[in-house]
Design a protein around this ligand. Structure first.
Ligand SMILES: [Zn+2]
Length: 506
């Protein structure tokens, strides 16, 4: 072991969704024995000292009894978390000439160290390695538990290690690192099928329309009526994610630490259902260390389902407005503001009243309490809900007809309708009807006067606001796409207006 020297290794740092190459320098020099880590690091990262020193000695290496200074560059980027542990330990071993260095220059090292030298999985490996590849690295070494997600980044040689000792053996050429996880049997959780839902034809149709045009939905009805059951089937009728979307969504869940083991790639629209007691932080994201994406980001390119939404705090409901408007969410950090993508489709479900009986006749709430309960769901958030559907206990005829359409059949119609919308709007950069600005619907794509008549009547009677009228127009285009029409007629416009009017709110 050399007494003094300088060692360099490489890692990737994440600041929310932004990844950046990090150079780790370890200097071992004369002076009072000590160990410091510098370079805009937070408390969680400074704790690496307490892990790296024992991990090195417990892996049969020597920790220098000199002044050890570790610096992470670039200094201006805030750094957090435990993923730099491995790179820090190796930089110290390089500085003291205890490991071979030929592979160090083109390899990125990520992983948290246990006191015994074992490597523990970390969050955010996928987006980190996407950046490493872009910076020209050819190799990456990650904890075994992160290998399955790491290999999703094509074009990088990925090795998984269980311990610091395995990494140093690989560096000296004595050990081959594993590139695949033990289990090769892929278990992708099945999305439940619409065929299992009996009756509720109106609500089923509402979800189909929502899927076709990316509209937000509110379902009201007594508990046990099947609101949750239907909502859970939404990902099965949405188009599967494209390959770029798939990687983007998987990267968010990598940072959240919510990837499946074994087969981490997310290929279907995510379905995220936060509890009604959820906090604003859990909804939007945040926390110490590497900020965790909230429910709105984990639902990116998928469905955010709010069950019993009338029970949610007004602050939590209100917090959804900014991500709904901008398609991304800003998370306040000690070091400024971090941004995560958050483009989701909202499905809300509510009981009609606080006592929530199975049959409306058994309700014991006062009429004031009933009105106030759903009255909470009003204002700017509700204005974004294009489809309201009231669900009632199925009649006998529905129950006698046990054969229901499968998700695959509905998905086919949704795909056809979406293709028509893309064909119409793609020159203008819109992919779904829900994204089309109101001005375009009123000017360039204005419908003939006859088709607009229902809207004029609703506006005149104050049954719809001007903004609500625009949203009804978007929905009318989706209804037309589902029917294979070139544009909505009076009938689709009237139907769209009724979808806003149902469920007891406007
Ligand atoms: Zn009641």
């Amino acid at each position: 072991m050399r007494q003094t020297g300088l060692g360099r290794t490489h890692a990737v740092g994440l600041n929310a969704f932004a990844a950046r190459e990090i150079e780790i320098q370890a200097n071992v020099g004369q002076g009072l024995p000590g160990f410091s880590i510098n370079g805009h690091v937070d408390a969680s990262l400074r704790e690496a000292r307490d892990r790296v020193r024992p991990a090195i000695t417990n892996s049969k290496f020597s920790f220098p009894e000199l002044k050890v200074t570790v610096a992470l560059a670039p200094a201006e980027m805030p750094k957090a978390g435990s993923a730099f542990d491995l790179g820090i330990a190796l930089a110290i071993l390089v500085a003291t000439e205890q490991v071979a260095t030929t592979k160090i220059g083109h390899t990125v090292f990520l992983g948290e160290l246990g006191l015994d030298g074992r490597l523990r999985p970390v969050r955010g490996v996928l987006p980190a390695l996407v950046e490493a590849r872009a910076r020209g690295y050819t190799h990456a070494v990650v904890p075994m538990g992160n290998v399955a997600e790491a290999v999703l980044v094509g074009g990088l040689e990925v090795g998984g290690a269980q311990t610091l000792g395995e990494v140093t053996s690989w560096l000296s050429g004595d050990h081959v690192l594993d590139t695949v996880t033990g289990s090769q049997t892929v278990q992708i959780p099945e999305i439940p099928d619409l065929a299992d839902v009996v009756g509720q034809s109106e609500a089923r149709h509402a979800l189909e329309i929502a899927a076709a045009g990316a509209h937000h939905v509110l379902m009201t009805g007594p508990p046990g009526i099947g609101k949750t059951m239907l909502a859970r089937r939404m990902p099965g009728i949405l188009p599967p994610l494209g390959s770029d979307e798939s990687l983007e969504v998987t990267a968010i869940h990598s940072i959240a630490g919510t990837l499946r083991a074994g087969y981490p790639l997310i290929t279907a629209a995510p379905f995220i259902a936060p509890h009604h007691s959820t906090s604003v932080t859990a909804m939007l994201g945040g926390g110490t260390g590497l900020a965790r994406p909230g429910a709105v980001s984990r639902a990116h390119r998928g469905v955010l389902f709010l069950d019993e939404c009338a029970e949610m705090g007004p602050k939590v409901l209100d917090s959804l407005r900014q991500p709904l408007e901008e398609g991304e969410v800003r998370v306040s950090r000690r070091d400024g503001v971090a941004t995560y993508p958050a483009r989701f489709q909202l499905i809300m479900a509510a009981n009609p009243c606080p006592c929530a009986p199975a049959h409306d006749v058994d309700c014991v709430c006062s009429s004031v309490a009933r009105r106030r309960y759903l009255g909470k769901l009003s204002g700017p958030l509700m204005d974004r809900i294009d489809i309201r559907v009231r669900m009632d206990p199925p009649g006998n005829t529905a129950l006698m007809n046990p054969v229901e359409e499968s998700s695959a059949v509905v998905r086919e119609r949704v795909a056809t309708a979406r293709a028509a919308a893309i064909e119409r709007w793609h020159n203008r950069g819109w992919l779904t009807n829900s994204e089309v600005p109101g001005s375009a619907l009123r000017q360039r794509f204005r419908l003939p006067p006859r088709a607009l008549r229902p809207i004029e009547l609703f506006l005149r009677d104050g049954r719809v606001t001007a903004r609500g009228a625009d949203r009804a127009l978007r929905l009318a285009w989706t209804l037309a796409d589902l029917k294979g029409l070139t544009q909505p007629t009076e009938s689709e416009v009237a139907e769209a207006l009724l979808y806003r009017d149902r469920g007891g709110h406007r």
